[in-house]
Design a protein around this ligand. Structure first.
Ligand code: TEU
Ligand code: CA
Length: 542
């Protein structure tokens, strides 16, 4: 059994398995590839791997459409390889955190194949059906990947509900038999020795489509409590809920991450990460990052969950563009800005997540339309072209926001295909791999990789990074993001210049006795009260 709350001082590394490391030349990453790279991850110092879905799947949405929850997809290897990965990771001090998609399954899951045979089929009620006539939809709800959320099945003369693609029918959590099946699946994986779970769009499972309620349905927290009681509590596992962009407030997050352990360890909320889009519109509708608002949002989450909930800290994941391209500088100050962003995040309270390649400062890509792969992008492109957007406009949005930015292969070295595969990768490698790659960074003392390594070490050495109270400084400053962490015994000052120009900032006035713990410039020529482009420092206040 794991120690209670162990995940509060853990650092989690997210792997998108199909893009991490291929070992058999088929162009898809696999379990043996992850095993090969465990020493790299151990060196970085992380505690857990969040593994994006590796279950059997037709791969309509890259594994977020599961056709067998208790089997692995042959593209990644066998169940024996998966068990080997879980075991070998433990030898490197790493727990595997599985990504569970329980809001919907694949339409190729045996439950759904049965469910659509007849209304009397015992699996029919595992999904969400509504009567109607062909062509007369139950309502006008839309699916996230384009089109209606309702799909007609002539055999049963009913519509099924799908919040994502038509190949991802929503599961009916109102059915206790279905819920019991899900708890059994979770326990199946707990028995294999995993450290916990990331729960895909958990906020959607209590949906009430008749009232157009998707997130935060009336029974959501009841369901989560039931799930937790039947599963995670047995071993103090980590459980991280993903809560869609618009649905999380600190009040709601406090329920999810209640310190009494009745629900989840923590929740991903996306408020900070959705600020660079036009209000009320979609992520494709680009807008500059409003820096003041950004600071306010962080301040709100850091202060309101203090002592009564727990934050997840992240910039990147498999659905988001690369942070250094987004809010840093992918050109001249790529290294400085990547380290600044890391400092800002890893200095805060919560559990930090690192998405594969973030620790190298990997960047976004600009590909030809047909070189992309993501179902979401093609759904959007089709819809918006029909609405009159130009190809050029849409490509700008795609460059900035497509999920494929995060999904290009991991850049290991300068050999062909960045050392990711000896074959043809499923998605093109970012051409900048000759400069940005792990081989170049692992042994270079001042690399981004080693900066992340040091930040992780600091978190292990200084309890204040885990339990210290957060206080924002100079909220109105339009260029500096600075804050204190204080646990009564130890006190830290974190100062970050968020932009690419030099700025005067009276750091020395914040405290008399400052000891520099980490910074992204060498101490040579350092002036305490001047912050160079993207300069970031963490001081101990003595
Ligand atoms: O994403 C849920 C989610 O928040 C999406 O609506 C997200 O906004 C989307 O990627 C648009 O940019 C989770 C997974 O992380 C994602 O990869 C899956 O496609 C999705 O659920 C469906 O399972
Ligand atoms: Ca492979």
């Amino acid at each position: 059994m794991l120690k209670k709350d162990w995940w509060k001082s853990a650092v989690i590394y997210q792997i998108y398995p199909r893009s991490f490391q291929d070992t058999n030349g088929d162009g898809f990453g696999d379990f043996q590839g992850i095993i090969r790279r465990l020493p790299y991850l151990e060196k970085l110092g992380i505690d857990c791997i969040w593994l994006c879905p590796v279950y059997r799947s037709p791969q309509d949405d890259n594994g977020y459409d599961i056709s067998d929850y208790c089997d692995v997809d042959p593209m990644f290897g066998t169940m024996a390889d998966m068990e080997e990965l879980i075991g070998k990771a433990r030898e490197h001090g790493i727990y595997i955190v599985m990504d569970l998609v329980l809001n919907h399954s694949s339409d190729e899951h045996k439950w759904f194949i049965e469910a659509k045979k007849s209304r009397e089929n015992p699996y029919h009620d595992y999904y969400v059906w509504r009567d109607g006539k062909e062509g007369v939809l139950p309502n006008d709800m839309k699916a996230a990947f384009g089109g209606s959320a309702w799909e007609w099945v002539p055999e049963v003369e009913q519509y099924y509900f799908h919040q994502f693609s038509v190949k991802q029918p929503d599961l009916n959590w109102e059915n206790p038999k279905l819920r019991q099946e899900l708890w059994d699946i979770i326990n199946f994986w707990i028995d294999k020795g995993v450290g916990g779970f990331r729960l895909d769009v958990i906020d959607l499972v209590g949906k009430v489509p008749d009232e157009k309620i998707t997130s935060n349905g009336p029974k959501l927290h009841e369901y989560i409590k039931e799930m937790t009681a039947h599963t995670f509590v047995r071993d103090n596992l980590i459980s991280v809920g993903e809560s869609e962009t618009w649905s999380a407030t600190p009040e709601i997050a406090k329920l999810y991450s209640n310190p009494d352990g009745s629900e989840l360890s923590m929740v991903f909320q996306f408020e900070h990460i959705c600020l660079d889009q036009q209000e009320g519109k979609e992520k494709w509708d680009l807008a500059p990052l409003p820096f003041h608002k950004f600071k306010e949002v962080w301040n709100k989450w850091q202060t309101e969950l203090y002592g009564c909930g727990w934050n997840s800290l992240f910039w990147d994941n498999h659905d988001l563009p690369r942070i250094v391209s987004r809010w840093g500088d992918e050109g001249q100050y790529r290294e400085e800005s990547a380290k600044m962003l890391a400092t800002l995040l890893h200095g805060m309270q919560g559990t930090p997540y690192i998405y594969q390649g973030e620790e190298l400062g990997m960047t976004n890509v600009k590909y030809e339309l047909e070189e992309y792969r993501d179902i979401e992008l093609f759904g959007m492109y089709k819809e918006r072209r029909a609405q009159g957007y130009t190809h050029e406009e849409l490509m700008e949005s795609i460059y900035a926001k497509t999920r494929d930015n995060a999904r290009t292969p991991m850049q290991w070295d300068t050999t062909e295909q960045a050392g990711f595969t000896t074959g043809k990768p499923w998605i093109k490698v970012n051409p900048n791999y000759t400069e940005i790659n792990a081989a170049e960074q692992v042994d270079r003392e001042n690399s981004i990789f080693n900066y992340y390594r040091k930040l992780i070490q600091l978190r292990k050495e200084l309890p204040v990074l885990t339990d210290g109270k957060f206080t924002m400084l100079d909220m109105d400053h339009n260029q500096i993001f600075a804050y204190l962490r204080d646990n009564g015994e130890d006190k830290l000052l974190v100062v970050c210049n968020f932009y690419g120009n030099t700025v005067d900032y009276a750091v020395s006035e914040k405290a008399e006795d400052l000891e520099l713990l980490i910074g992204n410039y060498t101490e040579e020529n350092m002036q305490t009260d001047v912050l160079r482009p993207y300069e970031a420092r963490i001081y101990r206040i003595r």
